[in-house]
Design a binder for this molecule. Sequence first.
Ligand SMILES: O=C(O)CCC(=O)C(=O)O
Length: 281
Amino acid sequence: MGQTLSDAAIEQYREKGYLSPMLCLSVPEVAQYRDFLEAMEFDHGGALRGIYQFKPHIHQRWAYEVATHPTVLDAVSEIIGPNILIIQYTVWIKEPGSDSFVSWHQDGTYFGLAPFEHITAWMALSPSNRKTGCVEVIPGSHVKGQRSSYAVENANNMLTTGQHIDVDLETEGVDLLELEPGEFSLHHTMLLHNSQPNRGADRRIGLGISYIPTHVSCSSPTQVSAMLVRGVDTYHHFELEAPPEPGKPIEALQQHAHAMKVWRQSRREQLKMRESAGVKA
Ligand SMILES: O=C(O)CCC(=O)C(=O)O
């Protein structure tokens, strides 16, 4: 197998904490995956809520296919190595004209994962740009450590924790990860990022798929589950999730419910651990 990312691209990821854009899906593939996603929303009676915004790859074959697309896994493996787990997967949808936004945050704040090698592929299923509220990043912020954050209550913030980090855009600089449908970006778990409301005409649909190398572990007493999607897991730090099998929707939904239960329990424990360590949010 040849190298997917150039040495310069890998160097850019190490220095700046992100890479964008990379092409993965064709126009018909994007249309097909968007149809599958919107059919799932229809089955749920509208916008995905609660646990259904997360880990769709456990119960939806299309979501599993996107997350295990060779173009994405090849790029991810060149950064984190050959043994890869999916640790989280979030469906990020901002409706046109809605005030939904994502506050400045670092993904690594609540995951309790160490070392910080977690990487997120953000796949666009519709145009993601300045107008529709693409992901914005602070280049190089991933090497400056964990920033202090606090929780701000705002119903429009898509982050469930309301995590907010103060940034000074004039001095820190910002880059926009603008993507056409079918393109994806990669960002480091400690990279500061946010996104603004969607002021475009179409929905802004993104799939945020987070990968870790198998040697990473989770510090909460409750162990979260993860799915091995490439290589081997000789560390056994996580309970392994099975890919969704055709003809077994009930088993897949049960597995998803369990995965989300342990995930949420772990998040609560992380929060308590941060509180007892005197961290505000
Ligand atoms: O989709 C967005 O606007 C935010 C995405 C994000 O925060 C992430 O993928 O970590």
